[in-house]
Design a protein around this ligand. Structure first.
Ligand code: PGA
Length: 258
């Protein structure tokens, strides 16, 4: 059985004192029995990784980064390598988030996602590769085609042997930060499609790879989404910035495995 993963993507939010308070409250509120069954991850701004790694010492909550650069070192002003992020405490890294694909200046394309995925793996980080269609792609009924293309392009030349080698996040662009989550049926359709394509690309290990849903997940809608057979947890933005709502979503993921 796949162990659910609930990941908080803090984006560019919080100052250091509030970041410390938030991880303290998550740590405090996370039952040991829950933490055994559900993997919990927070992805703060990169400058907070190091202090939060200290704050989380001895605690099962893992740390992840929100981005990396694909080169190992060199004249790349302002960028961070996978090894630097790992040294600061990251175990995971988000790659190809829709805000990086569509919103932020240097747009991240499928080729860049592939390079970053390989760089993450070289640094011993588990990549969380985000894929998802825009609203116009959904309206033109090309969602599944877009997902196939993004997944295939991300995995060119990548071998996946264990569930630590890859996590996928299905994040419909129209659902991120909008309050309009995908319905549980829409999520399941996309996740089942991704798992079937993944099987063609990497074989049986596709049954062990976790596919997270992301996009306006709240404590109110989490249980219905998580209950879907191919949804293995969530990538949570806004609702991960408050301990109460994040913990409630973790409990919803727990219901999946109890
Ligand atoms: P949201 O963000 O939960 O605020 O919609 C999700 C994400 O961007 O990963």
């Amino acid at each position: 059985m796949r162990r659910p993963l609930v990941a908080g993507n803090w984006k560019m939010n919080l100052d250091l004192p509030s970041a410390r308070t938030l991880v303290g409250a998550i740590r405090e509120g996370l039952d040991a029995a829950v933490a055994q069954r559900v993997e919990v991850l927070v992805c703060p701004p990169a400058v907070y990784l190091f202090p939060l790694n200290e704050a989380l010492r001895g605690c099962p909550v893992r740390l992840g980064a929100q981005n990396l650069y694909h080169e190992a070192s060199g004249a790349f002003t302002g960028e961070l390598s996978g090894a630097m992020l790992a040294e600061a405490g990251a175990k995971y890294v988000i790659i190809g988030h829709s805000e990086r694909r569509h919103t932020i200046g240097h747009l991240e394309d499928d080729r860049m996602v592939n390079l970053k995925l390989k760089a993450a793996r070289r640094a011993g980080l588990t990549p969380i590769v985000c894929v998802g269609e825009t609203l116009s792609e959904r309206k033109s009924e090309s969602t599944l085609e877009v997902l196939t293309f993004q997944l295939t392009a991300a995995l060119v030349g990548v071998s996946v042997q264990t569930p630590e080698d890859l996590v996928i996040a299905y994040e419909p662009v129209w659902a991120i930060g909008t309050g309009h989550n995908a319905t549980p049926q829409q999520a399941q359709e996309a996740h089942a499609h991704l798992r079937a394509r993944l099987r063609e690309l990497v074989g049986d290990v596709s049954q062990e790879v976790r596919i997270l849903y992301g996009g306006s997940v709240t404590p109110q809608n989490a249980a219905d989404i998580m209950r879907q057979p191919d949804v293995d947890g969530g990538l949570i933005g806004g609702a991960s910035l408050k301990a109460d709502s994040f913990l409630a979503i973790i409990r919803a993921a727990l219901a999946k495995v109890t």
